[in-house]
Design a protein around this ligand. Sequence first.
Ligand code: ATP
Length: 517
Amino acid sequence: MAKNDDNLLKKIVSHAKEYGFVFPSSEIYDGLSATYDYGQNGVELKNNIKQYWWKAMVQLNENIVGLDAAIFMHPTTWKASGHVDAFNDPLIDNKDSKKRYRADVLVEDYLAKIETKITKEVGKAAKRFGEAFNKNEFMRTNARVLGYKEKIAAIEKRMQSAIENQNFDDFKALIEELEIACPVSGSKNWTEVRQFNLMFSTELGSVAGDASTIYLRPETAQGIFVNYLNVQKTGRMKLPFGIAQIGKAFRNEIIARQFIFRMREFEQMEMQFFVKPGEELNWYKAWKKQRMQWHKALGLGNAKYRFHDHLNLAHYANAAADIEFDFPMGFKELEGIHSRTDFDLSAHEKYSGKKLQFFDPQENKNYTPYVVETSIGLDRMFLAVLAASYTEETLEDGSERVVLSLPPALAPTKVAVLPLTKKDGLPDKARAIINELKFDFTTQYDEKDAIGKRYRRQDAIGTPYCVTIDHQTLEDNTVTIRNRDTMAQERVPINKVRETLEKNTSLTDILRKINTP
Ligand code: ATP
Protein backbone atom coordinates (compact mmCIF):
# COMPACT_ATOMS: atom_id res chain seq x y z
CA MET A 1 0.00 0.00 0.00
CA ALA A 2 1.12 3.53 -0.71
CA LYS A 3 2.44 5.26 2.35
CA ASN A 4 0.81 8.41 3.60
CA ASP A 5 3.90 10.31 2.72
CA ASP A 6 2.66 13.68 1.67
CA ASN A 7 2.88 15.18 5.08
CA LEU A 8 6.41 14.02 5.79
CA LEU A 9 7.67 15.02 2.36
CA LYS A 10 6.08 18.45 2.74
CA LYS A 11 7.71 18.89 6.13
CA ILE A 12 11.09 17.91 4.73
CA VAL A 13 10.73 20.32 1.80
CA SER A 14 9.89 23.22 4.08
CA HIS A 15 12.57 22.31 6.62
CA ALA A 16 15.14 22.07 3.82
CA LYS A 17 14.21 25.55 2.68
CA GLU A 18 13.93 27.19 6.10
CA TYR A 19 17.35 25.93 7.19
CA GLY A 20 19.31 26.62 4.01
CA PHE A 21 19.56 23.11 2.58
CA VAL A 22 17.54 23.27 -0.65
CA PHE A 23 15.89 26.24 -2.37
CA PRO A 24 13.67 26.21 -5.46
CA SER A 25 15.83 27.43 -8.34
CA SER A 26 15.52 31.12 -9.31
CA GLU A 27 12.81 31.51 -6.73
CA ILE A 28 12.49 35.29 -7.13
CA TYR A 29 11.07 34.53 -10.59
CA ASP A 30 8.71 31.93 -9.09
CA GLY A 31 11.16 29.09 -9.64
CA LEU A 32 11.81 26.68 -12.49
CA SER A 33 10.06 23.35 -12.26
CA ALA A 34 12.10 20.37 -11.07
CA THR A 35 15.24 22.47 -10.61
CA TYR A 36 16.70 23.18 -7.19
CA ASP A 37 19.61 25.02 -5.64
CA TYR A 38 21.56 23.79 -2.64
CA GLY A 39 21.97 26.38 0.09
CA GLN A 40 24.69 26.98 2.67
CA ASN A 41 23.98 23.80 4.64
CA GLY A 42 22.87 21.74 1.65
CA VAL A 43 26.14 22.22 -0.18
CA GLU A 44 28.11 21.00 2.86
CA LEU A 45 25.92 17.91 3.26
CA LYS A 46 26.14 17.21 -0.46
CA ASN A 47 29.92 17.59 -0.45
CA ASN A 48 30.18 15.21 2.50
CA ILE A 49 28.09 12.57 0.71
CA LYS A 50 30.32 12.96 -2.37
CA GLN A 51 33.38 12.56 -0.21
CA TYR A 52 32.02 9.43 1.39
CA TRP A 53 31.37 7.90 -2.03
CA TRP A 54 34.67 9.08 -3.53
CA LYS A 55 36.75 7.79 -0.66
CA ALA A 56 34.92 4.45 -0.63
CA MET A 57 35.51 4.07 -4.36
CA VAL A 58 38.78 5.75 -5.25
CA GLN A 59 40.73 6.06 -2.02
CA LEU A 60 40.02 2.58 -0.67
CA ASN A 61 40.52 0.67 -3.90
CA GLU A 62 43.89 0.76 -5.55
CA ASN A 63 42.35 -0.46 -8.80
CA ILE A 64 39.75 2.33 -9.04
CA VAL A 65 40.71 5.78 -10.28
CA GLY A 66 38.74 8.98 -10.82
CA LEU A 67 37.76 11.05 -13.83
CA ASP A 68 36.10 14.38 -14.49
CA ALA A 69 34.84 14.40 -18.09
CA ALA A 70 33.12 17.31 -19.84
CA ILE A 71 29.34 17.54 -19.89
CA PHE A 72 29.35 18.18 -23.65
CA MET A 73 30.53 15.27 -25.76
CA HIS A 74 30.87 14.55 -29.45
CA PRO A 75 27.31 13.97 -30.73
CA THR A 76 28.19 10.54 -32.13
CA THR A 77 28.69 9.38 -28.53
CA TRP A 78 24.92 9.45 -28.04
CA LYS A 79 24.26 7.72 -31.32
CA ALA A 80 26.60 4.90 -30.28
CA SER A 81 25.18 4.64 -26.76
CA GLY A 82 21.66 4.32 -28.16
CA HIS A 83 20.38 7.49 -26.48
CA VAL A 84 19.50 9.33 -29.72
CA ASP A 85 17.29 6.49 -30.91
CA ALA A 86 16.05 4.90 -27.74
CA PHE A 87 16.22 7.22 -24.73
CA ASN A 88 12.51 7.97 -24.99
CA ASP A 89 9.42 8.06 -22.86
CA PRO A 90 5.94 7.77 -24.39
CA LEU A 91 3.91 10.92 -23.74
CA ILE A 92 0.26 11.84 -24.18
CA ASP A 93 -1.65 15.10 -23.72
CA ASN A 94 -5.17 15.64 -22.54
CA LYS A 95 -6.83 18.02 -25.00
CA ASP A 96 -9.09 19.60 -22.40
CA SER A 97 -6.75 20.20 -19.48
CA LYS A 98 -3.70 20.58 -21.77
CA LYS A 99 -1.81 18.51 -19.20
CA ARG A 100 0.95 16.21 -20.37
CA TYR A 101 1.45 12.70 -18.99
CA ARG A 102 3.73 9.75 -19.44
CA ALA A 103 1.48 7.23 -21.15
CA ASP A 104 3.10 4.33 -19.28
CA VAL A 105 2.57 6.08 -15.95
CA LEU A 106 -1.16 6.55 -16.68
CA VAL A 107 -1.46 2.82 -17.31
CA GLU A 108 0.65 1.99 -14.24
CA ASP A 109 -1.61 4.16 -12.08
CA TYR A 110 -4.56 2.25 -13.47
CA LEU A 111 -2.85 -1.04 -12.56
CA ALA A 112 -2.19 0.27 -9.05
CA LYS A 113 -5.95 0.75 -8.67
CA ILE A 114 -6.55 -2.90 -9.53
CA GLU A 115 -3.87 -3.84 -6.98
CA THR A 116 -5.82 -1.82 -4.40
CA LYS A 117 -8.92 -3.86 -5.22
CA ILE A 118 -6.98 -7.06 -4.56
CA THR A 119 -5.79 -5.65 -1.23
CA LYS A 120 -9.41 -4.86 -0.34
CA GLU A 121 -10.56 -8.39 -1.16
CA VAL A 122 -7.78 -9.76 1.04
CA GLY A 123 -8.76 -7.41 3.86
CA LYS A 124 -12.42 -8.45 3.67
CA ALA A 125 -11.58 -12.14 3.63
CA ALA A 126 -9.15 -11.78 6.54
CA LYS A 127 -11.98 -10.26 8.58
CA ARG A 128 -14.42 -12.97 7.54
CA PHE A 129 -12.14 -15.92 8.27
CA GLY A 130 -10.33 -14.50 11.28
CA GLU A 131 -7.49 -16.61 12.67
CA ALA A 132 -8.01 -19.34 10.09
CA PHE A 133 -7.22 -17.01 7.19
CA ASN A 134 -4.43 -18.17 4.90
CA LYS A 135 -3.44 -15.28 2.66
CA ASN A 136 -1.31 -17.26 0.21
CA GLU A 137 -4.01 -19.83 -0.27
CA PHE A 138 -6.61 -17.11 -0.77
CA MET A 139 -4.45 -15.30 -3.36
CA ARG A 140 -3.99 -18.56 -5.23
CA THR A 141 -7.59 -19.67 -5.32
CA ASN A 142 -10.04 -16.76 -4.99
CA ALA A 143 -11.79 -16.25 -8.31
CA ARG A 144 -12.02 -12.46 -8.02
CA VAL A 145 -8.36 -12.09 -7.11
CA LEU A 146 -7.34 -14.38 -9.95
CA GLY A 147 -9.48 -12.34 -12.34
CA TYR A 148 -7.78 -9.10 -11.25
CA LYS A 149 -4.34 -10.68 -11.55
CA GLU A 150 -5.08 -11.91 -15.05
CA LYS A 151 -6.27 -8.48 -16.05
CA ILE A 152 -3.07 -6.88 -14.71
CA ALA A 153 -0.89 -9.38 -16.58
CA ALA A 154 -2.76 -8.87 -19.84
CA ILE A 155 -2.50 -5.07 -19.64
CA GLU A 156 1.19 -5.22 -18.77
CA LYS A 157 1.87 -7.53 -21.68
CA ARG A 158 0.04 -5.33 -24.15
CA MET A 159 1.80 -2.18 -22.96
CA GLN A 160 5.20 -3.87 -23.09
CA SER A 161 4.57 -5.03 -26.63
CA ALA A 162 3.33 -1.57 -27.71
CA ILE A 163 6.55 -0.02 -26.36
CA GLU A 164 8.84 -2.65 -27.85
CA ASN A 165 7.20 -2.55 -31.27
CA GLN A 166 6.74 1.22 -31.16
CA ASN A 167 3.05 0.62 -31.80
CA PHE A 168 1.75 3.88 -30.35
CA ASP A 169 -1.69 3.56 -31.95
CA ASP A 170 -2.23 0.47 -29.85
CA PHE A 171 -0.88 2.26 -26.78
CA LYS A 172 -3.54 4.93 -27.25
CA ALA A 173 -6.20 2.29 -27.95
CA LEU A 174 -5.27 0.62 -24.66
CA ILE A 175 -5.68 3.89 -22.74
CA GLU A 176 -9.07 4.41 -24.39
CA GLU A 177 -10.24 0.84 -23.77
CA LEU A 178 -9.32 1.12 -20.11
CA GLU A 179 -11.30 4.38 -20.06
CA ILE A 180 -8.50 6.21 -18.32
CA ALA A 181 -9.51 9.80 -17.62
CA CYS A 182 -7.29 12.84 -17.08
CA PRO A 183 -6.98 13.37 -13.30
CA VAL A 184 -7.31 17.14 -13.86
CA SER A 185 -10.13 17.56 -16.41
CA GLY A 186 -11.78 14.18 -15.92
CA SER A 187 -12.06 13.85 -19.71
CA LYS A 188 -10.93 11.01 -21.96
CA ASN A 189 -10.10 13.34 -24.82
CA TRP A 190 -6.50 12.29 -25.53
CA THR A 191 -3.97 13.16 -28.24
CA GLU A 192 -1.91 10.49 -29.98
CA VAL A 193 0.90 8.86 -27.97
CA ARG A 194 4.28 10.20 -29.07
CA GLN A 195 7.85 9.34 -28.28
CA PHE A 196 9.66 12.02 -26.36
CA ASN A 197 13.46 12.01 -26.24
CA LEU A 198 14.73 12.87 -22.79
CA MET A 199 17.97 14.47 -23.92
CA PHE A 200 18.35 18.26 -23.89
CA SER A 201 19.96 19.52 -27.06
CA THR A 202 21.64 22.77 -27.96
CA GLU A 203 23.80 24.14 -30.75
CA LEU A 204 27.54 24.34 -30.79
CA GLY A 205 28.97 27.75 -31.67
CA SER A 206 27.03 29.98 -34.02
CA VAL A 207 25.96 27.43 -36.62
CA ALA A 208 22.47 26.00 -36.38
CA GLY A 209 21.37 22.69 -37.83
CA ASP A 210 21.78 18.97 -37.36
CA ALA A 211 25.52 18.93 -37.84
CA SER A 212 26.14 21.10 -34.80
CA THR A 213 23.50 19.68 -32.45
CA ILE A 214 25.05 18.63 -29.20
CA TYR A 215 23.46 17.21 -26.08
CA LEU A 216 23.71 17.80 -22.38
CA ARG A 217 24.78 14.36 -21.15
CA PRO A 218 21.88 12.30 -19.75
CA GLU A 219 24.32 10.12 -17.77
CA THR A 220 27.95 10.46 -16.77
CA ALA A 221 28.84 6.89 -17.80
CA GLN A 222 29.62 7.66 -21.45
CA GLY A 223 32.38 10.08 -20.43
CA ILE A 224 34.00 7.10 -18.74
CA PHE A 225 33.61 4.74 -21.71
CA VAL A 226 35.13 7.13 -24.23
CA ASN A 227 38.10 7.62 -21.88
CA TYR A 228 38.57 3.93 -21.17
CA LEU A 229 41.74 3.65 -23.24
CA ASN A 230 43.22 6.96 -22.08
CA VAL A 231 42.95 5.92 -18.45
CA GLN A 232 43.94 2.30 -19.01
CA LYS A 233 47.09 3.24 -20.93
CA THR A 234 48.25 6.28 -18.93
CA GLY A 235 47.45 4.63 -15.59
CA ARG A 236 48.88 1.28 -16.74
CA MET A 237 45.70 -0.29 -15.39
CA LYS A 238 45.21 -4.05 -15.49
CA LEU A 239 41.81 -5.76 -15.51
CA PRO A 240 39.82 -5.69 -13.36
CA PHE A 241 39.85 -1.94 -12.76
CA GLY A 242 37.32 0.82 -12.30
CA ILE A 243 36.82 4.46 -13.25
CA ALA A 244 34.70 6.61 -10.94
CA GLN A 245 33.09 9.93 -11.71
CA ILE A 246 30.79 12.43 -10.03
CA GLY A 247 29.03 14.96 -12.21
CA LYS A 248 25.92 16.61 -13.53
CA ALA A 249 23.47 14.84 -15.81
CA PHE A 250 20.39 16.25 -17.53
CA ARG A 251 17.11 14.63 -18.49
CA ASN A 252 14.06 16.37 -19.84
CA GLU A 253 11.74 14.34 -17.61
CA ILE A 254 8.12 14.62 -18.76
CA ILE A 255 6.85 14.72 -15.25
CA ALA A 256 9.29 15.76 -12.62
CA ARG A 257 8.00 15.78 -9.10
CA GLN A 258 8.67 14.62 -5.58
CA PHE A 259 11.18 17.34 -4.79
CA ILE A 260 14.79 16.37 -5.53
CA PHE A 261 13.87 12.73 -6.28
CA ARG A 262 13.28 13.41 -9.96
CA MET A 263 14.94 16.51 -11.36
CA ARG A 264 15.80 17.74 -14.83
CA GLU A 265 19.33 18.68 -13.76
CA PHE A 266 20.87 16.33 -11.24
CA GLU A 267 24.12 14.76 -10.19
CA GLN A 268 25.26 11.17 -10.55
CA MET A 269 28.04 9.20 -8.89
CA GLU A 270 28.94 6.41 -11.28
CA MET A 271 31.64 3.79 -11.36
CA GLN A 272 32.33 1.56 -14.34
CA PHE A 273 34.27 -1.58 -13.46
CA PHE A 274 36.05 -3.21 -16.42
CA VAL A 275 36.44 -6.98 -16.17
CA LYS A 276 37.42 -10.00 -18.18
CA PRO A 277 34.44 -11.40 -20.16
CA GLY A 278 32.97 -14.35 -18.30
CA GLU A 279 33.85 -12.90 -14.89
CA GLU A 280 31.21 -10.19 -14.97
CA LEU A 281 28.50 -11.98 -13.01
CA ASN A 282 30.84 -12.63 -10.08
CA TRP A 283 31.81 -8.97 -10.04
CA TYR A 284 28.17 -7.99 -10.37
CA LYS A 285 27.38 -9.98 -7.22
CA ALA A 286 30.40 -8.54 -5.40
CA TRP A 287 29.41 -4.96 -6.27
CA LYS A 288 25.81 -5.50 -5.23
CA LYS A 289 27.05 -6.62 -1.83
CA GLN A 290 29.63 -3.87 -1.61
CA ARG A 291 27.19 -1.09 -2.47
CA MET A 292 24.64 -2.33 0.05
CA GLN A 293 27.39 -2.30 2.70
CA TRP A 294 28.23 1.28 1.77
CA HIS A 295 24.63 2.31 2.38
CA LYS A 296 24.15 0.36 5.58
CA ALA A 297 27.44 1.57 7.09
CA LEU A 298 25.90 5.04 7.39
CA GLY A 299 23.54 3.73 10.07
CA LEU A 300 20.28 5.14 8.73
CA GLY A 301 18.60 1.78 9.48
CA ASN A 302 19.06 -1.53 7.63
CA ALA A 303 15.31 -1.98 7.14
CA LYS A 304 15.28 1.08 4.89
CA TYR A 305 17.02 -0.73 2.03
CA ARG A 306 16.09 -3.58 -0.25
CA PHE A 307 17.20 -5.00 -3.58
CA HIS A 308 14.93 -5.08 -6.57
CA ASP A 309 16.28 -7.52 -9.15
CA HIS A 310 15.23 -6.72 -12.69
CA LEU A 311 13.44 -9.47 -14.56
CA ASN A 312 13.02 -7.51 -17.78
CA LEU A 313 16.57 -6.64 -18.73
CA ALA A 314 17.60 -3.84 -21.06
CA HIS A 315 19.00 -5.24 -24.32
CA TYR A 316 22.61 -4.50 -23.28
CA ALA A 317 22.46 -5.96 -19.76
CA ASN A 318 22.82 -9.55 -18.57
CA ALA A 319 21.95 -8.73 -14.95
CA ALA A 320 20.59 -5.65 -13.20
CA ALA A 321 19.29 -4.67 -9.78
CA ASP A 322 18.25 -1.53 -7.97
CA ILE A 323 18.95 -0.67 -4.38
CA GLU A 324 15.66 0.76 -3.23
CA PHE A 325 15.28 3.10 -0.27
CA ASP A 326 12.25 3.64 1.90
CA PHE A 327 11.60 7.28 0.91
CA PRO A 328 8.61 9.19 2.31
CA MET A 329 6.84 8.09 -0.90
CA GLY A 330 7.62 4.41 -0.24
CA PHE A 331 10.40 2.16 -1.55
CA LYS A 332 11.93 3.67 -4.71
CA GLU A 333 15.12 3.32 -6.72
CA LEU A 334 18.15 4.98 -5.18
CA GLU A 335 20.96 3.23 -7.04
CA GLY A 336 21.31 0.90 -10.00
CA ILE A 337 23.87 -1.89 -10.39
CA HIS A 338 24.11 -3.17 -13.94
CA SER A 339 26.14 -5.79 -15.72
CA ARG A 340 26.36 -4.02 -19.11
CA THR A 341 28.40 -6.64 -21.01
CA ASP A 342 30.64 -5.09 -23.71
CA PHE A 343 27.70 -3.19 -25.17
CA ASP A 344 29.07 0.33 -24.69
CA LEU A 345 32.72 -0.25 -25.50
CA SER A 346 31.84 -2.31 -28.60
CA ALA A 347 29.39 0.35 -29.80
CA HIS A 348 32.06 3.05 -29.42
CA GLU A 349 34.54 0.84 -31.27
CA LYS A 350 32.08 0.49 -34.10
CA TYR A 351 31.17 4.18 -34.36
CA SER A 352 34.67 5.59 -33.80
CA GLY A 353 36.64 2.96 -35.67
CA LYS A 354 39.09 2.85 -32.72
CA LYS A 355 39.92 -0.32 -30.81
CA LEU A 356 38.92 -0.10 -27.14
CA GLN A 357 40.46 -3.32 -25.94
CA PHE A 358 42.74 -4.80 -23.34
CA PHE A 359 45.80 -6.88 -24.00
CA ASP A 360 45.72 -9.76 -21.57
CA PRO A 361 49.33 -10.90 -21.08
CA GLN A 362 48.26 -14.21 -19.52
CA GLU A 363 46.03 -15.15 -22.40
CA ASN A 364 48.28 -13.38 -24.86
CA LYS A 365 45.33 -11.83 -26.68
CA ASN A 366 43.22 -8.68 -26.99
CA TYR A 367 39.59 -8.48 -26.02
CA THR A 368 36.92 -5.88 -25.28
CA PRO A 369 36.30 -5.82 -21.52
CA TYR A 370 32.88 -6.34 -19.98
CA VAL A 371 31.54 -3.71 -17.61
CA VAL A 372 29.77 -3.76 -14.27
CA GLU A 373 28.36 -0.37 -13.36
CA THR A 374 27.20 1.15 -10.10
CA SER A 375 25.16 4.31 -10.55
CA ILE A 376 23.68 6.39 -7.76
CA GLY A 377 21.89 9.74 -7.87
CA LEU A 378 23.55 12.17 -5.49
CA ASP A 379 20.37 14.19 -5.04
CA ARG A 380 18.34 11.05 -4.30
CA MET A 381 20.99 10.06 -1.77
CA PHE A 382 20.70 13.54 -0.24
CA LEU A 383 16.92 13.10 0.04
CA ALA A 384 17.37 9.63 1.56
CA VAL A 385 19.76 10.99 4.22
CA LEU A 386 17.53 13.98 4.96
CA ALA A 387 14.33 11.92 5.16
CA ALA A 388 15.86 9.28 7.43
CA SER A 389 17.37 11.94 9.71
CA TYR A 390 14.38 14.25 10.09
CA THR A 391 12.96 13.68 13.57
CA GLU A 392 10.31 15.47 15.58
CA GLU A 393 10.65 14.87 19.31
CA THR A 394 8.57 15.73 22.33
CA LEU A 395 10.90 16.29 25.24
CA GLU A 396 10.36 15.42 28.89
CA ASP A 397 9.26 18.97 29.72
CA GLY A 398 6.61 18.76 27.00
CA SER A 399 8.44 21.06 24.58
CA GLU A 400 9.14 19.96 21.02
CA ARG A 401 12.25 19.93 18.93
CA VAL A 402 13.05 19.10 15.33
CA VAL A 403 16.42 17.43 15.06
CA LEU A 404 18.28 16.21 12.03
CA SER A 405 20.01 13.12 13.38
CA LEU A 406 22.46 13.07 10.49
CA PRO A 407 25.41 10.70 10.62
CA PRO A 408 27.92 13.11 12.28
CA ALA A 409 30.42 12.60 9.47
CA LEU A 410 27.88 14.02 7.00
CA ALA A 411 26.70 16.94 9.16
CA PRO A 412 27.25 20.36 7.53
CA THR A 413 28.66 21.83 10.76
CA LYS A 414 30.58 19.60 13.13
CA VAL A 415 30.63 21.94 16.11
CA ALA A 416 28.96 25.18 17.17
CA VAL A 417 30.81 27.33 19.69
CA LEU A 418 28.50 29.43 21.82
CA PRO A 419 29.50 32.06 24.41
CA LEU A 420 26.91 32.08 27.18
CA THR A 421 26.79 35.87 27.15
CA LYS A 422 28.07 38.57 24.86
CA LYS A 423 30.29 40.16 27.50
CA ASP A 424 33.10 39.51 29.97
CA GLY A 425 35.46 38.26 27.28
CA LEU A 426 33.41 35.11 26.56
CA PRO A 427 33.05 35.88 22.81
CA ASP A 428 36.85 36.28 22.51
CA LYS A 429 37.39 32.94 24.18
CA ALA A 430 34.84 31.31 21.86
CA ARG A 431 36.51 32.82 18.79
CA ALA A 432 39.89 31.56 19.97
CA ILE A 433 38.50 28.02 20.15
CA ILE A 434 37.02 28.32 16.66
CA ASN A 435 40.32 29.64 15.31
CA GLU A 436 41.98 26.54 16.62
CA LEU A 437 39.37 24.06 15.32
CA LYS A 438 38.44 25.59 11.97
CA PHE A 439 41.42 24.11 10.12
CA ASP A 440 40.07 20.62 10.61
CA PHE A 441 36.35 20.98 11.24
CA THR A 442 33.42 23.01 9.97
CA THR A 443 32.43 25.33 12.82
CA GLN A 444 29.80 27.93 13.59
CA TYR A 445 29.87 30.83 16.02
CA ASP A 446 26.56 31.98 17.48
CA GLU A 447 25.99 34.49 20.26
CA LYS A 448 22.44 35.61 19.48
CA ASP A 449 19.40 34.64 21.60
CA ALA A 450 19.12 32.49 24.70
CA ILE A 451 21.30 29.39 24.79
CA GLY A 452 18.32 27.02 24.49
CA LYS A 453 17.23 28.67 21.28
CA ARG A 454 20.75 28.40 19.88
CA TYR A 455 20.84 24.68 20.68
CA ARG A 456 17.56 24.22 18.77
CA ARG A 457 18.96 26.00 15.73
CA GLN A 458 21.93 23.64 15.71
CA ASP A 459 19.66 20.60 16.23
CA ALA A 460 17.66 21.66 13.20
CA ILE A 461 20.72 21.59 10.94
CA GLY A 462 22.11 18.42 12.51
CA THR A 463 25.20 19.81 14.27
CA PRO A 464 26.43 16.90 16.40
CA TYR A 465 28.17 19.00 19.09
CA CYS A 466 27.67 22.38 20.75
CA VAL A 467 30.42 23.80 22.93
CA THR A 468 29.40 26.43 25.45
CA ILE A 469 31.78 28.96 26.94
CA ASP A 470 30.87 30.36 30.36
CA HIS A 471 32.58 32.23 33.17
CA GLN A 472 34.11 29.08 34.55
CA THR A 473 35.86 28.60 31.21
CA LEU A 474 37.89 31.76 31.87
CA GLU A 475 38.98 30.40 35.24
CA ASP A 476 39.82 26.76 34.51
CA ASN A 477 39.76 26.30 30.70
CA THR A 478 36.84 23.89 30.78
CA VAL A 479 33.76 24.04 28.55
CA THR A 480 30.50 22.13 28.32
CA ILE A 481 30.04 19.96 25.30
CA ARG A 482 26.49 19.01 24.36
CA ASN A 483 25.56 15.94 22.36
CA ARG A 484 22.85 16.58 19.73
CA ASP A 485 21.11 13.22 20.10
CA THR A 486 21.16 12.68 23.86
CA MET A 487 21.24 16.41 24.70
CA ALA A 488 23.56 15.39 27.56
CA GLN A 489 26.10 18.02 28.55
CA GLU A 490 29.49 17.23 29.90
CA ARG A 491 32.09 19.55 31.40
CA VAL A 492 35.47 18.86 29.80
CA PRO A 493 38.88 20.53 29.42
CA ILE A 494 39.03 22.52 26.17
CA ASN A 495 41.50 20.15 24.54
CA LYS A 496 39.04 17.29 24.93
CA VAL A 497 36.80 18.97 22.33
CA ARG A 498 39.16 18.21 19.47
CA GLU A 499 39.48 14.63 20.64
CA THR A 500 35.69 14.17 20.73
CA LEU A 501 35.30 15.64 17.26
CA GLU A 502 38.09 13.56 15.79
CA LYS A 503 36.69 10.40 17.30
CA ASN A 504 33.04 10.89 16.42
CA THR A 505 32.72 13.05 13.34
CA SER A 506 35.16 11.62 10.84
CA LEU A 507 34.35 9.33 7.95
CA THR A 508 37.09 6.91 8.91
CA ASP A 509 35.06 4.59 11.14
CA ILE A 510 32.27 4.37 8.60
CA LEU A 511 34.75 3.62 5.82
CA ARG A 512 36.36 0.90 7.93
CA LYS A 513 33.05 -0.96 7.99
CA ILE A 514 33.19 -1.42 4.24
CA ASN A 515 35.25 -4.33 3.08
CA THR A 516 36.80 -3.87 -0.30
CA PRO A 517 35.71 -6.44 -2.88
P1 ATP B 1 14.12 6.16 -12.87
O1 ATP B 1 13.59 4.80 -13.23
O2 ATP B 1 13.79 6.60 -11.47
O3 ATP B 1 13.85 7.21 -13.91
P2 ATP B 1 16.53 5.32 -14.07
O4 ATP B 1 16.42 3.84 -13.93
O5 ATP B 1 16.25 5.99 -15.36
O6 ATP B 1 15.71 6.03 -12.89
P3 ATP B 1 19.39 5.33 -14.19
O7 ATP B 1 19.43 5.73 -15.61
O8 ATP B 1 19.72 3.93 -13.81
O9 ATP B 1 17.97 5.76 -13.58
O10 ATP B 1 20.29 6.36 -13.37
C1 ATP B 1 21.02 5.99 -12.22
C2 ATP B 1 20.62 6.79 -11.00
O11 ATP B 1 20.55 8.19 -11.29
C3 ATP B 1 19.24 6.44 -10.46
O12 ATP B 1 19.30 5.32 -9.61
C4 ATP B 1 18.87 7.69 -9.71
O13 ATP B 1 19.41 7.68 -8.39
C5 ATP B 1 19.54 8.80 -10.49
N1 ATP B 1 18.58 9.51 -11.34
C6 ATP B 1 18.10 9.13 -12.55
N2 ATP B 1 17.24 10.04 -13.04
C7 ATP B 1 17.15 11.03 -12.11
C8 ATP B 1 16.43 12.26 -12.02
N3 ATP B 1 15.64 12.67 -13.00
N4 ATP B 1 16.60 13.03 -10.91
C9 ATP B 1 17.43 12.64 -9.92
N5 ATP B 1 18.12 11.50 -9.94
C10 ATP B 1 18.00 10.69 -11.01
